[in-house]
Design a protein around this ligand. Structure first.
Ligand code: FES
Ligand code: FES
Length: 203
């Protein structure tokens, strides 16, 4: 049984420990905002946050994220915990960044991680950080403009819902979220419960 915190909720996963986190998110937990692109760590479509850092979920086995805090695009929120209203998401809408949209959840997760680490990135830092996220539609100019806009409208702490499974910010190199969390919540969801709750919420 793999335990983790997913979008501020404790989750238990009864899967093969070698299963890629991407498969667990999409197939077991029904969080399909995270996309399969290359499956080899090369395109960035599957990017999620692990303790606030961008990570390619297609090449990350679930065994590697036990007891960690995972944030997916579904958990990206503003500093009040309002889902879908992080500075990055607001800027993405403002600049109408997506074309087909397939790569964009990964792009936003990478961008959010960048702004958590470097609240006011230079053009060079944006290009360097985002170069691993491929967009077949070529939306790179709008992505860069949106990141610069998000940087001016946000503080680093307002970009993601949760970055600590324990509430203990042991890694001082990582930003600490000030968003309200459900860390005190004692309810623990199994994968099937989590998926059914998620489906119920969206129906
Ligand atoms: S699907 Fe994970 S990097 Fe391409
Ligand atoms: S918007 Fe189509 S692949 Fe990026």
């Amino acid at each position: 049984m793999i335990k983790m915190t997913l979008n501020n909720k404790p989750v238990e996963l009864d899967v093969n420990p070698q299963m890629p986190l991407l498969y667990a998110l999409r197939d077991e937990l029904k969080l399909t905002g995270t996309k399969f692109g290359c499956g080899a760590g090369q395109c960035g479509a599957c990017t999620v946050h692990v303790n606030g850092q961008a990570m390619r979920s297609c090449v990350t086995p679930v065994s590697a994220i036990a007891e960690q805090a995972i944030t997916t695009i579904e958990g990206l929120a503003d500093h009040n915990g309002k889902l879908g209203e992080s500075a990055v998401q607001i800027a993405w809408r403002e600049f109408k960044v997506p074309q087909c949209g397939y790569c964009q959840s990964g792009q936003m997760m990478s961008a959010a991680a960048l702004l958590q680490a470097i609240p006011q990135p230079s053009d060079e830092q944006i290009i360097e950080h985002m170069q691993g996220n491929i967009c077949r539609c070529g939306t790179y100019k709008r992505i860069k403009a949106a990141i610069k806009s998000a940087a001016t409208h946000s503080s680093a702490s307002s970009l993601s819902a949760s970055h600590s499974a324990t509430g203990n910010s042991a890694d001082s190199t990582l930003p600490v979220s000030t968003s309200p969390s459900n860390k005190s919540k004692v309810e623990v969801f199994s994968a099937s419960q989590f998926a059914s709750k998620k489906q119920g919420a969206s129906s």
